[in-house]
Design a protein around this ligand. Structure first.
Ligand code: PLP
Length: 445
């Protein structure tokens, strides 16, 4: 009889490794000891040896409903047989409209015009272009600057990269977009193990006012922030910070963009972080959990005022916004997203996520006792656990990533920070198990 595990292993052993240039990966190191996944189910990933690895980061924050959901597989497969593709320019298919309506029912009221992209990076660049188009249509074409923040991650395309604030992502790629102003990041106190939001965020948010005072409001199109910063290691906004940004932005006619590529779809305990923090942005970007990771898709939810202003400036029967992608509202990605949102609603996943936050944070903060752990920040189902830097920045983090994987846990690591972002379908027991693997591995590092 054939052993399925041996079959997988043989295929993997025959792999030629040199052609695939892997993204954000230490390629040479990886290829000497590949970490391969060949299947997945629920909250587990499975390697070629049949070993089950707990998915502590929901893939890359994108699989909240657990892996290989049959509902999504069915929807995708049916869609592929029925309509694989049709042009989204001047034509469409019903799914795009259905999905836009569905998304608009989840976003805060008023943020109900949905534009489709294929990734977070594309969603960010789309939102930036909407901001520029809005001001131009509104008779203020001089508003071309963006205000963003140090330590931000807004993807890797030139717009989002220019607004991003992680040095390694930026330094090799030239001068980027001119006219982006960076506010200070909000990680002001390391090692405080603050639970939830720190006090006093007004001062940091006043950086937006300083940008206005220096550059003039009439030169600024939008301010873009992640409500909770994800990729750099979970930075929680101090109390009042986002509210103050909203206030200053409104006062000066500046649009507020929330990049919710990570925080969207339940991760902070509500559908969107805009609802969690009760702050109404003008534009929200989303991606990742939108399809439960099963198909690439991103979207921007734009305020009705944004759409109306842009549309009314165009001639009747004229194209309003010269932007879009071959795969905007791709029928198959659309089917995956519709199936995903249905799972969220029928399984009560938004509520399940909210209920899991307490046990998750309780478990995560128990890591505080480990000597190597220098800070923990957590909000919703997100946690960043800083490890003391060894000789070289990032060295200990990379060691942790490899050792955790060997011990049966996949996490996301940035520099020396372990990021946990469990699927919403993890049980409290599995949360305990995840954190105890971190505890064992970090103790032995
Ligand atoms: N924006 C934020 C806040 C993100 O966290 C990410 C990815 O992690 C992106 C944008 C880019 O998304 P993508 O990798 O899908 O282009």
């Amino acid at each position: 009889t054939r052993n399925p595990i041996d079959e997988v292993r043989n295929v993997v052993m025959d792999l030629e490794m040199q052609n695939y240039w892997m993204p954000f990966t230490a390629n040479r190191s990886f290829k000497t000891a590949p970490r391969l996944i060949t299947s997945a189910a629920g909250v587990h990933l499975i390697d070629p040896d049949g070993r089950r690895i707990l998915d502590g980061s929901s893939g890359l924050f994108c699989v909240p409903a657990g892996h290989c959901r049959p509902e999504i597989a069915k929807a995708v497969s049916e869609q592929l047989r029925k309509l694989d593709y049709t042009s989204p320019f001047q034509f469409s298919h019903p799914g795009g409209f259905r999905l836009a309506e569905k998304i608009a029912s989840l976003t805060p009221p008023g943020l109900d015009r949905i534009f489709f992209a294929n990734s977070g990076s594309e969603s960010v660049d789309t939102a930036m272009k909407m901001a520029l188009a809005y001001h131009r249509a509104n008779g203020q074409p001089s508003r071309q600057r963006f205000v963003s923040r140090e330590l931000a991650y807004h993807g890797v395309n030139f717009g989002g990269l220019s607004c991003g604030g992680m040095v390694k992502n930026r330094e090799g790629f030239g001068t980027l977009l001119p006219g982006v102003v960076h506010m200070r990041h909000t990680q002001s106190q390391k090692g405080t193990f603050t639970r939830g939001q720190a006090d006093a965020g007004h001062d940091l948010a006043d950086d937006l006012q300083r940008a206005v005072d220096l550059h003039g409001a009439e030169s600024i199109a939008a301010v873009i922030v992640e409500p909770v910063v994800g990729s750099v290691g979970i930075l929680v906004p101090p109390k009042g910070y986002l509210q103050r940004l909203r206030q200053i932005a409104s006062q000066h006619g500046i649009l507020l963009i929330f990049d919710e590529v990570i925080t969207g779809f339940g991760r902070t305990g509500n559908r969107f972080a805009a609802q969690t923090f009760d702050v109404q942005p003008d534009l929200i970007t989303m991606a990742k959990a939108l399809t439960n990771g099963a198909m690439p898709m991103g979207a921007v939810a734009a305020g009705t005022h944004i759409y109306d202003t842009i549309a009314s400036a165009a001639p009747e029967n004229g194209i309003e916004f010269f932007h879009g992608y071959t795969y905007s509202a791709h029928p198959v990605a659309t089917a995956a997203a519709l199936a995903t949102i249905e799972i969220f609603e029928t399984d009560g996943l938004f509520e399940q996520a909210a209920d899991l936050i307490g046990p998750f944070q309780e478990a995560v903060y128990s890591l505080q006792e480990l000597p190597l752990v220098t800070d923990i920040r957590s909000f919703g189902l997100l946690a960043g656990i800083d490890l003391a830097t060894a000789e070289r920045f990032g060295q200990r983090g990379f060691a942790a990533l490899r050792k955790l994987f060997e011990a049966g846990l996949m996490v996301r690591v940035t520099n020396d920070t372990i990021i946990l972002a469990p699927p919403f379908v993890m049980t409290p027991t599995q949360i305990e198990q995840m954190v105890s693997i971190v505890k064992d591995v970090v103790t032995r590092l």
